[in-house]
Design a binder for this molecule. Structure first.
Ligand code: AP5
Ligand code: MG
Length: 215
């Protein structure tokens, strides 16, 4: 089991890049945010615990997301190669991942960090529209759907993600700076980090990531 991490601030393009990479690389994509949104909309115990934290733009407790990700990785078995998007988000989560990967006979092989300046993050989140069915993300200017307000993949009506309002975005960026930026430094100290310029078209960013993953 090899685990590739896609790290980056809210709006840095983790989900967009993941969708373009997984098919080409044979990786299994897991977005911790998408898993949590599914749990909230499904009304599960985990979803009820996560909902208020997510609505405020804060992280859900480490123990909660840790249980979900641990269960997935252990159930996947040794042959699966993962692309994790949005996990780990705290140093405690990174330490947990190290233990769980070792237990499953695998390891984190690399961490890719999508580097995007904050003013671009704010613009991207303000213009984002998402599919409530498959979590595909669009942007009203830079990545519009083929049919206005309609998901290209599954045809559902697009929505604005409830945590993309201006005040919640400010909280998410502050949480990122205080709790998640140290995770990037943690992987850099381990020699596993590659910084990728996340500015440019979605296709150009994916090509850069491909060059790092398949030199
Ligand atoms: P999550 O869903 O992970 O949200 P996030 O990290 O804030 O990241 P986003 O999904 O908002 O951005 P993204 O980087 O995927 O960008 P995207 O590709 O969509 O988490 C949500 C919540 O769940 C958290 O706030 C927290 O409460 C909880 N949570 C999740 N994981 C957790 C964890 N591990 N621990 C604790 N809590 C956790 O792109 C953004 C926009 O830009 C789109 O409109 C897109 O079309 C556009 N775009 C993308 N790339 C480009 C490009 N290259 N050029 C132009 N436009 C682009
Ligand atoms: Mg995302």
């Amino acid at each position: 089991m090899q685990i590739t991490l896609l790290l980056g601030a809210p709006g840095s393009g983790k989900g967009t890049a993941s969708a373009r990479l997984v098919a080409r690389l044979g990786l299994r994509h897991v977005s911790s945010g998408a898993l949590l949104r599914d749990a909230v909309s499904g009304g599960t115990v985990a979803g009820r615990e996560a909902a208020d934290h997510m609505a405020r733009g804060e992280l859900v407790p480490d123990a909660l997301i840790g249980r979900i990700i641990t269960g997935l990785l252990l159930a996947g078995g040794p042959g699966v190669n993962w692309l994790l998007d949005g996990f780990p988000r705290t140093v405690a989560q990174a330490q947990l991942l190290e233990r769980v990967a070792a237990e499953a006979g695998g390891r984190v092989s690399r961490a890719l960090f999508l580097d995007v300046p904050e003013e671009i993050l704010v613009d991207r989140l303000a213009g984002r529209r998402v599919c409530p069915g498959c979590d595909a993300a669009y942007h009203v200017q830079t990545l519009p759907p083929r049919v206005p307000d309609c998901c290209d993949r599954c045809g559902r009506a697009l929505i604005t993600r409830p945590d993309d309002d201006e005040a919640t975005v400010r909280t998410r960026l502050a949480v990122y700076r205080s709790l998640t930026a140290p995770v990037v430094a943690w992987y850099a100290a381990k020699g596993l980090l590659t910084v990728v310029d996340g500015v440019g078209t979605a296709d150009a960013v994916s090509e850069q990531l491909m060059r790092v993953l398949q030199p």
